[in-house]
Design a protein around this ligand. Structure first.
Ligand SMILES: [Zn+2]
Length: 247
């Protein structure tokens, strides 16, 4: 299905937000001011061969390193930049095997971006982690409609409207572990080599997509839609990449 103009427009709007996030992670200077023109993409966004998101169809099953989460509660810092709602985090880590990754922030996408067997999810969260060498790992949590998500229920009342300043609420904590899906034995996941989903679409980002899909209610989804526009980039061609799937 070809993306409509509205979806593409939504991606471009969301792209600016994600670009700002990436600039923050890269310790670059402040991102573009709202008065500057939107990035037009080009470059790797059009010529790259390892772009995100993707539709996960064929996979290669293998013994991928286990995911371990050392996620701890932290004072709530939350902002709505008009494109997404983002929570900044400190002190939490994810281990992939023995490799440590520091959790930087999570944010929301409507719809979910990455697909599985063609299924488009109404919402996804991207949890951005950084390795000591600066490489980014994007952990993706996918959501279908169903029962309400308790952690989202706790966070929604704290989400600012677009244009409001960042809320720094030291008296309130956010517990990233409360968002993790139940793992009876271990967290199964897909992994592929991808990119930042906004211009300049920088590659070299490891994408880790949790296989266990969570749920949010229709009311919660409607509340998110009131806070942010559709901001997911359309799926990108695989260009010969393979997707690993944990056994
Ligand atoms: Zn994202």
């Amino acid at each position: 299905m070809a993306p409509g103009f509205a979806r593409l427009g939504g991606w471009r709007v969301g792209a600016l937000a994600t670009l700002a996030i990436f600039a923050l992670l890269a310790h670059a200077v402040a991102g573009p001011s709202p008065s500057e023109p939107r990035p037009k993409g080009g470059g790797l966004c059009e010529t790259g061969r390892r772009q995100s998101p993707i539709d996960i169809v064929a996979t290669r099953r293998e013994a991928l390193p286990a995911l371990q989460f050392d996620y701890v509660p932290t004072p709530l810092r939350i902002v709505n930049d008009g494109h997404t709602v983002r929570v900044r985090l400190a002190g939490s880590r994810m281990l992939i095997g023995a490799e440590r990754h520091t959790l930087q922030q999570f944010h929301f996408h409507l719809p979910g971006g990455d697909r599985v067997q063609g299924e488009e999810f109404p919402m996804a969260m991207h949890w951005l982690h950084k390795r000591a060498n600066g490489e980014l790992v994007a952990l993706v949590m996918l959501f279908r409609l169903g029962t309400a998500h308790p952690a989202l229920a706790a966070l929604l009342p704290q989400m600012p409207a677009a244009g409001q300043p960042e809320r720094n609420l030291p008296a309130l904590t956010v517990d990233p572990a409360a968002w993790l899906p139940v793992a009876s034995v271990r967290h199964g996941y897909y992994a592929y080599d991808g990119s930042v989903t906004a211009p300049p679409c920088t590659e070299g980002v490891r994408w880790v997509v949790l296989k266990q899909v969570q749920t949010l209610s229709a009311t919660q989804l409607a509340q998110l839609h009131q806070l942010m526009p559709d901001n997911a980039r359309p799926v990108q061609p695989l260009q010969g990449r393979s997707v690993a799937e944990s056994t």
